[in-house]
Every structure is written in structure tokens, then in C-alpha cells.
Design a protein around this ligand. Structure first.
Ligand SMILES: Nc1ncnc2c1ncn2[C@@H]1O[C@H](COP(=O)(O)OP(=O)(O)O)[C@@H](O)[C@H]1O
Ligand SMILES: [Mg+2]
Length: 414
């Protein structure tokens, strides 16, 4: 009987999803699941709607010397995350290859994706693999051997070589060595005309370059501004077409997501994520994607972000956060003193069987929590008693509950 019931439930669910679906093709809601050719297909449509027109024009100008047998400078592209740097360059460089092929100009381009931080060794290793100078991850060879392998591989390639170094600021160790290799050494060792394309989420990135390398670096810059609401509407509309069933979206939803996203950050990745979350909620609840759902989805995304961040944080940071929450609960006040928080922290550590840090080190943890906006802390004057630090808990109650529960679970206190 039991299994009959379950079977009916499952069938019900399937039937419902088939009868009134919200999501048509989930892959178009999650960028990571798109394969390159699909990504390019989406891009094609987008760029035909003139989003990032100005940037593409600038890129074209920059690269035209190629078609006169000249050598363009290097180029750097700056802008916040989600402003389309990777997508635009991928699109543009693919187009450039095609144009080159039509005119019998040899152009190669490689995309070195450094979206996770790596040491110089790893970055060079990845580059070597991209260029087929090596097969896979190497161990026990020197940086110099790696560089030689790259140079040897390129020894008989005479055309244009474009290296797109994406999120270049993510090189964590021996950054100067990496840059010196690309900017000073490589161009002199290979016959190809090398054009470096750097992308970074930080505007101040080149300021940290070794001056001896920097003086060699001749480059143009393009800054990607955050997307405005109109751009985001274009971007979202194409996503909706690919991923969702048109009838399931109520009027105004796209406009609302675009408005929220452009007001907050202008980050297209986050805008798409908000669309996806709204669609998932709608499908779960068996309703259409409507305006009020967007607010809910935004709130949930925020909650997801905070808990994900804390989930992967060091244990001590989690303990500190739990203690602040406990202290606030104990005093029934969202503002607490550092001493009270430290008391709660010591109790928590005992309970959770983790080692206790000194008051000073605890202060550092509080500083870190502040940095990530889990709490706000500020110095207050207490007259002749000097100054003290106050901790203020401002996250919504619901989120605090979720975070607290998650931490207890981590420490197996539940
Ligand atoms: N012009 C665009 N059209 C469609 N989607 C875009 C566009 N720009 C950004 N996106 C979306 O935002 C995500 C982030 O874009 P990306 O180019 O990776 O940004 P960045 O490299 O500047 O961080 C993309 O995966 C895509 O979902
Ligand atoms: Mg990028």
C-alpha cells in the first residue's frame, strides 16, 4: 500500500511538470553546464542586440593592425565581476580567428582561465598544456624547464599568438616571475607575434606589478562598466527564451530582475542567478514566475550566499559566529560587547570541544566576520572607562537561525 502511495505521488509530480512546466531547458540557467558551442550560440544572439557594442568596437580597433601585418600592443580589460569580460572576449576572439582564416592570416588564441587562485607554477603548467607543450599536470620540474618547454613548442609557429590571461590577479605565488616570463622573455624567444590580453576584476591590478616588468608593458585598456537595466533586460530575455516556458513568466518579471540587479551591482551573472532561483521556486510551488517571487528569490540567494561562505570558512570563524549569536540571544540584544562575546565563545569551544584562542585572536576573528558583513563592529567610548568594541548583529533573524543551525550541525551539536 505504502509503495502504491509513493508511486502515485511520483506520477503526480511527473504529470504536473509535464503539464505546466516553468523550466524548459535547465542548462541555460546555469552557466557552468553550458558547453562552449552553446555558450557561443547564446552569445551570438546577445551581441546581435548590441549589448557591449562599444567595448567590441574598441577591441576591433585594437586588433586591426593584425590585418595590416602589424603588431598590436597588449591589452587589458578591467571591470567588476559579471560585467561580461570573459564572454565578450571569448566571443570577440573567436570572431577574430574566423576573420583571420578568411584572409589567410595565421592567428591562434588560447584562454588561460585563472578563476581559482593558483601559484605561478600551476599557471605556467596550465599554459603549457593549453599549448600542447605538455600533456598534463607536472611535478618535480623547475619553472625554467616549463618555460623552455613552452618556448620549444612555439619555436616554429610564425603567426599571431593571442594569450588571454583571464583573472590575472589570481596568481598567488611568484607573480612577478609569471609576468616577467610573458611580458619580457617569451616575445624574445619565439617567432610568433605575441599579443597578451589580460582580464581582471580589480582596477588597480597593474599597480602591483614589478616596475621592471611594468616598464616593458605597452598596453591599451578597456574598462567594462556594470551593466545597466536595459542591457540586463536584453541578457535576461534571451535566457528566458532558451531556458523557460514563455507562458510561465508573468509580465514585468524580467524588468524587475533587471532593475534590482542593475541597482545593486550590474552583475549579469547574479541577474541570471536571480532569474534561475525565481524559476526554481515557481516550479516547486507549481505557480508562474511572478513579481513577488522575485523578492523571495532574492532573499534566498542572499541567504545562500552567506551560509555558503560560512560553511567553507575555518572552524574557528564558525565558532566565533555561533558565539556572537548565542551571546546576543542570552542578552536579548542585538548589540553586545566584545567581552560578552568572548565569554560565549569560551563556553562554545568547551561544548564543541575545539581549542580556545586568546582574546586577542578572537578579536581578529570578529574583525574578519565584520569584513564579510556577518556582523558590524565599532569602537564606542565609555567615558572614563576608555573605549570598547561593540558588536552589532544586523542580519535578518531568519538568516541568523539558518546560519546558527548550520554551524551547530558542523560541530555535531545537533
Ligand atoms: N553580454 C552578456 N550576455 C549574456 N549573458 C551575459 C553577458 N555578460 C555576462 N553574462 C552573464 O554573466 C556571466 C558572467 O559573465 P562573464 O563574462 O563571465 O563576466 P566577467 O568575466 O566579467 O566576470 C555569464 O556567464 C553570463 O551568464
Ligand atoms: Mg571572467
Amino acid at each position: 500500500m505504502e509503495s502504491e502511495n509513493m508511486r502515485r505521488k511520483i506520477e503526480d509530480e511527473i504529470e504536473h511538470t509535464i503539464a505546466s512546466p516553468v523550466i524548459k531547458n535547465k542548462r541555460f540557467l546555469e552557466d557552468e553546464q553550458l558547453i562552449k558551442s552553446e555558450q557561443l550560440a547564446v552569445l551570438e544572439e546577445i551581441f546581435n542586440t548590441n549589448v557591449r557594442d562599444m567595448e567590441i568596437t574598441k577591441l576591433s580597433k585594437h586588433f586591426t593592425p593584425i590585418f595590416r601585418n602589424d603588431h598590436p600592443y597588449h591589452i587589458a580589460v578591467w571591470g567588476k565581476t559579471g560585467t561580461g569580460k570573459t564572454l565578450t572576449l571569448t566571443y570577440f576572439l573567436n570572431l577574430l580567428l574566423r576573420l583571420g582564416a578568411e584572409r589567410n592570416i595565421q592567428i591562434r588564441y588560447k584562454h588561460l582561465d585563472l578563476s581559482t587562485p593558483v601559484p605561478c607554477f600551476r599557471a605556467l603548467n596550465d599554459l603549457a598544456c593549453l599549448l600542447n607543450a605538455m600533456k598534463r599536470y607536472q611535478r618535480g620540474i623547475s619553472l625554467d624547464e616549463m618555460m623552455l618547454a613552452i618556448e620549444a613548442k612555439l619555436a616554429d609557429y610564425p603567426g599571431y599568438l593571442i594569450l588571454f590571461i583571464d583573472e590575472v590577479d589570481n596568481i598567488r605565488r611568484d607573480k612577478d616571475t609569471f609576468m616577467a616570463f610573458l611580458i619580457r622573455r617569451l616575445p624574445q624567444k619565439i617567432p610568433a607575434k605575441l599579443i597578451l590580453v589580460f582580464a581582471s576584476n580589480h582596477l588597480d591590478w597593474p599597480d602591483h606589478l614589478d616596475p621592471r616588468v611594468k616598464s616593458f608593458l605597452k598596453m591599451n585598456e578597456i574598462i567594462f562598466k556594470p551593466y545597466d537595466a536595459v542591457d540586463l533586460q536584453h541578457i535576461l530575455r534571451i535566457r528566458v527564451e532558451k531556458a523557460l516556458c514563455q507562458e510561465a513568466i508573468e509580465p514585468g518579471v524580467i524588468e524587475k530582475i533587471a532593475a534590482l540587479a542593475s541597482y545593486d551591482h550590474g552583475d549579469a551573472r547574479k541577474a541570471v542567478a536571480l532569474l534561475a532561483k525565481s524559476a526554481y521556486l515557481a516550479e516547486q510551488r507549481r505557480i508562474k514566475v511572478k513579481l513577488s517571487l522575485v523578492d523571495e528569490a532574492a532573499k534566498e540567494l542572499d541567504m545562500d550566499r552567506y551560509s555558503a561562505m560560512l560553511k567553507s570558512a575555518p572552524k574557528q570563524l564558525q565558532a566565533a559566529m555561533a558565539s556572537v549569536i548565542e551571546a546576543a540571544k542570552l542578552q536579548n540584544n542585538k548589540r553586545i560587547g566584545t567581552a560578552d562575546a568572548y565569554d560565549a565563545y569560551r563556553k562554545f569551544c568547551k561544548k564543541a570541544r575545539v581549542s580556545q584562542l586568546s582574546g586577542r585572536a578572537f578579536g581578529d576573528l570578529i574583525g574578519e566576520l565584520d569584513l564579510y558583513s556577518f556582523i558590524r563592529s565599532r569602537m564606542i567610548s565609555r567615558g572614563r572607562y576608555g573605549r570598547a568594541r561593540e558588536i552589532i548583529l544586523e542580519l535578518p533573524e531568519e538568516l541568523l537561525k539558518k546560519i546558527y543551525g548550520m554551524i551547530l550541525l558542523k560541530f555535531q551539536l545537533r
